[in-house]
Design a protein around this ligand. Structure first.
Ligand code: SAM
Length: 272
């Protein structure tokens, strides 16, 4: 993943290999976060655009409020699951393609949001693109779901597996107790993506909010979650299976399953 430099294109498109697993294993986004975004955007009769909708983990709670949505998703395997998940929401339109190739057609949108996907968009163009899509006063909402292991001993054992395989980093890089209160520090870049937006200069009313809830995974669910992460997907299948088997063994040796702190970091801004 790259938050500021060049995007690893191949890595940005690996999720569709396991679209169903992704849909089953990844956490969703809380109603509180969705309510905060909609209150901030005050859409009125304007529609929203979702960048990198995937299988619809964030689409669904927005669609449930009746918000008209254009969902941009470049991976056809993810888009297929997205279409299936949103079949009962006629206000959801799926656009197959990358954000960088999408044309807003002069329609002024009230909100552009990106759930766990902004880091996959082109850092040189994304603020121009989002600015072009929004009506004056339109909102941008970017959010992620970083997670940290709550038990220090279990965290150390999982970090040991990762280290043996040269995989150090999230979600076992640091225990949940080190995550602090500051939204955005999960990528090792405090201030992300707020600083980038502030430098752009065309947006105002910047806000960042961190939510936290506790999440328990059984071993299979957690291993499935890891297998849906791009850093595991880019490994050869033999290597991935080996690391995941060792990870599962560690969880089972610690009583089975894992308790995580699930954070949702939300960043908001609006066009001046
Ligand atoms: C980690 S997934 C997030 C999916 C979903 N938003 C969620 O929260 O579960 C990242 C998604 O962004 C998509 N993506 C990658 N590059 C993109 C781009 N340039 N424009 C739009 N979407 C992109 C991927 O295909 C993938 O579905």
């Amino acid at each position: 993943m790259s938050v500021q430099g060049e995007v690893d294109m191949a890595r940005s498109r690996v999720f569709g290999e396991v679209a169903e697993l992704y849909d089953a294993a990844r956490p969703g986004y809380s109603d509180a976060l969705v309510a905060e975004v909609l209150a901030y955007a005050a859409l009125g009769d304007r529609a929203a655009v979702e960048v990198g909708a995937g299988t619809g983990k964030a689409t669904m709670p927005f669609a449930a409020t009746g918000t008209p949505l254009v969902c941009i998703e470049p991976d056809p395997r993810m888009a297929e699951v997205l279409r299936r998940n949103t079949v009962n929401h006629p206000g959801v339109r799926v656009h197959a393609g990358a954000f960088e190739d999408w044309q807003p057609d002069g329609r002024g949108y009230g909100l552009v949001f990106a759930a766990t996907s902004w880091h996959w968009t082109d850092p040189e163009r994304r603020w121009d693109l989002v600015h072009a899509a929004l009506a004056p006063g339109g909102a941008v909402a970017l959010f992620w779901n970083p997670q940290g292991v709550r038990d220090g001993e279990l965290h150390a054992a999982l970090a040991g597996v990762d280290r043996r395989h040269g995989m150090a980093g999230a979600p076992h890089g640091e225990p949940a107790s080190s995550y602090g209160e500051v939204p955005g520090d999960w990528a090792g870049q405090p201030g992300w993506p707020e600083d980038e937006c502030r430098r752009d200069g065309r947006f105002t009313d910047l806000r960042a909010v961190r939510y936290r809830q506790d999440q328990h995974y059984d071993t299979d669910h957690y291993v499935g979650y890891l297998a849906s992460l791009s850093r595991y997907r880019v490994l050869s299948s033999d290597r991935r299976e080996q690391i995941l088997a060792e990870t599962a063994q560690v969880l089972n040796d610690h009583g089975g399953g894992i308790d995580m702190a699930l954070f949702s970091d939300l960043f908001l801004a609006r066009v001046r």
